[in-house]
Design a protein around this ligand. Structure first.
Ligand code: F6P
Length: 321
């Protein structure tokens, strides 16, 4: 029987992380397991920033964005001495079991802890949805909804002025946010890392829309792909139209988590506690075809390639944009 679990949120925060923390604490406490919250990700672990989290501490956090534990992208944990220090800290507290909530880099850290003999389960928490082994990560749905409602506002003014707008969304190297935005009806033209359009191709598509009477088009692009000033200028000059650009930025990462993300967080949080209770370690929890799955962390990280949109999604996009 395990008596203590540490929980860490790491990397970029995502809406729903708090719901996962709540589920972990409540489910662990139900089984008489004590939970230690690590403040500030792996860096906080190295610096011995642990404190007990009890059910009353987490009762009211499910609707809060961000992470009450705070987070970081720790450079020290990338080196062996930092990791060994982290393991020593855990040993001093008598903690052998850890749950890590975060994206790819955080799950890499989880695997490193596993290799050092700590029992670890990872939960995917990232707005980017860039982990190939799982259909959804906690936070993606909320961010997608934020993007949709933000573009809705941009459209009101674009329509009033017959103006084309470039909207840059997050996603790091993954186009899911842009792709799902278009499928949900808020992107007329999209360009993602997986299917990058040249400025000329964007103009061609725009010409097609304009010839069909659409003058208020939204061009959704994934971050890090273009110099947006250059792209705007290119379109304006080649199409002889006025274009505006909006970078949605960090507005996408905050906010109240959606029902979907909260429920996903609960499912994954409870499963993580169960897995540790059963002595399992070195896994990442995911969801495929609406079923929770567990994937060996090392295999997942070794196999990881850039996530490709499924054929079904591309078909949907083809028929609806
Ligand atoms: O991974 C989440 C994310 O928000 C990405 O979409 C974005 O590229 C990155 O984090 C921004 O990172 P930072 O908060 O370090 O600027």
């Amino acid at each position: 029987m395990i008596h203590k679990i540490a929980v860490i949120t790491s990397g970029g925060d995502s809406p729903g992380m708090n719901a996962a923390i709540r589920a972990i604490v409540k489910s662990a406490n139900y089984h008489n397991i004590e939970v230690y919250g690590v403040e500030g990700g792996y860096q906080g672990l190295i610096e011995d920033k642990l404190s007990i989290l009890r059910t009353p501490d987490v009762e009211t956090i499910a609707n809060k964005g961000g992470t009450i534990l705070k987070t970081s992208r720790s450079l020290a944990f990338m080196d062996e001495p930092g990791r060994k220090q982290a393991v020593d800290v855990l040993r001093n507290y008598g903690i052998a079991d850890v749950i890590v909530i975060g994206g790819e880099g955080s799950l890499q850290g989880a695997q490193k802890l596993h290799e050092l003999g700590v029992r670890v389960v990872g939960i995917p928490g990232t707005i980017d949805n860039d982990l190939d082994y799982t259909d959804y990560s906690i936070g993606f749905d909320t961010t997608l909804n934020t993007v949709l409602s933000s573009i809705g506002r941009i459209k009101d003014t674009g329509l009033s002025h017959n103006k084309t707008t470039i909207v840059e969304v997050m996603g790091r190297h993954c186009g899911d946010l842009a792709l799902f935005t278009a499928i949900a009806g808020e992107g007329d033209i999209i360009s993602t890392p997986e299917y990058k359009l040249s400025p000329e191709q964007i103009c061609e598509k725009l010409q097609d829309k304009i010839s069909k009477g659409r003058n208020d088009n939204i061009i959704v692009v994934t971050e890090r792909m273009y110099d947006l000033d250059e792209l705007q200028q290119h379109i304006e000059e080649h199409m002889n139209i006025e274009v505006r650009t909006t970078v949605l930025g960090f507005i996408q990462r905050g906010g109240e988590p959606s029902a979907f993300d909260r429920i996903l967080a609960n499912k994954m949080g409870v499963k993580a506690v169960q897995m540790l209770m059963e002595g399992e370690s070195g896994y990442a929890i995911g969801i495929k075809s609406n079923q929770l799955i567990q994937k060996d962390l090392k295999t997942m990280l070794d196999e990881k390639t850039d996530k490709q949109p499924s054929y079904d999604l591309l078909e949907l996009l083809l028929h609806t944009t």
